[in-house]
Design a protein around this ligand. Structure first.
Ligand code: IPE
Ligand code: IPE
Ligand code: MG
Length: 263
């Protein structure tokens, strides 16, 4: 959207206003992908059970989604539950699902108000029917919204996605000679969407944890020490500002003036 849209949700005189004014709206990442990490550590620092961190993290989701939509980001993808996260204690997994349900119920109006289109990437069919129904409702209600595409990665694995895409390519009857990168990408969960330009990971871990493996080929990676439940509008704006200072090369050479000593 625009600076005006963003300033509309920032109380005047707030420090975020200064950050918002520094953003170059001509150079926004089309797609921002986030690995929301550090909920357990946030809770541990407070001597609270891990699920308290997940609960607090839903407020960060709310603020991130609305800020990204108002900034004018085309696609936002949040990693909420990986295929590997089933290894966690059953009680933690079930709390995560309950929180997801609550989030969808309470935030559907925010999604509608901000013209956001909600989608799920991952093996949704393996989730409980109750959760699937809740997700389906949000997907259907927001389907025709013209604004930001908000993908939530649920029961998601990057390798599983690539395997699923390969299966679909084979099932489509495409001959091996016709398969190329562009056609293969059309079988991924993110078909038709731009690849992430910016990948944010909170809580300082330097790994991709099976996230969007195909799509992040040339993403700029931004890791912040901030734990996910502490992540606010300001942190998203800081990440975008850092992204705007990066020089993307895609394997080519620098567009900047030749360095000292260059031939
Ligand atoms: C991220 O926080 C949330 C999910 C993976 C669902 P964690 O639960 O991984 O928190 P840490 O990494 O243990 O601090
Ligand atoms: C990645 O975080 C998955 C999500 C954010 C949903 P994890 O906490 O599961 O990743 P690892 O185990 O530290 O790699
Ligand atoms: Mg973690």
């Amino acid at each position: 959207m625009s600076l005006e849209q963003l300033l509309a949700v920032i109380p005047s005189g707030d420090a975020d206003e200064e950050l918002a004014r520094q953003i170059n709206f001509e150079q926004l990442p089309a797609h921002i992908a986030v690995i929301m990490d550090g909920n357990g550590r946030w809770a541990a620092l407070r001597h609270r059970p891990r699920v308290e961190g997940h609960r607090a993290g839903t407020e960060s989701v709310r603020e991130t989604v609305e800020t990204a939509a108002r900034l004018g980001i085309d696609v936002l993808t949040l990693y909420a539950f990986s295929i590997e996260n089933w290894k966690r204690p059953a009680a933690e997994v079930s709390t995560l699902m309950v929180l997801l349900k609550r989030y969808l119920r309470s935030e559907l109006s925010t999604l509608l108000r901000n013209d956001i289109r909600f989608r799920v990437i991952g093996r949704m069919e393996e989730l409980s029917t109750e959760i699937q129904d809740e997700l389906r409702l949000a997907i259907d209600r927001t389907e025709h919204n013209p604004g930001m595409q908000f993908n939530i990665a649920l029961n998601y694995g990057g390798r599983a996605e690539i395997v699923d895409a390969a299966r679909r390519a084979i099932q489509s009857g495409m001959s091996p000679e016709d398969l190329d990168e562009q056609r293969f990408a059309s079988f991924l969960y993110t078909a038709g969407q731009p690849d992430p330009d910016l990948l944010i990971r909170t809580s300082g871990e330097m790994r991709v944890s099976n996230y969007l493996l195909w799509q992040i080929a040339y993403a700029e990676i931004y890791v912040t020490e901030t734990l996910w439940p502490d992540f606010r509008r300001r942190h998203l704006l800081e990440a975008v500002l850092a992204y705007q200072k990066r020089e993307r090369r895609y394997g080519g050479i620098s567009a900047a003036p030749a360095a000292i000593g260059a031939e």
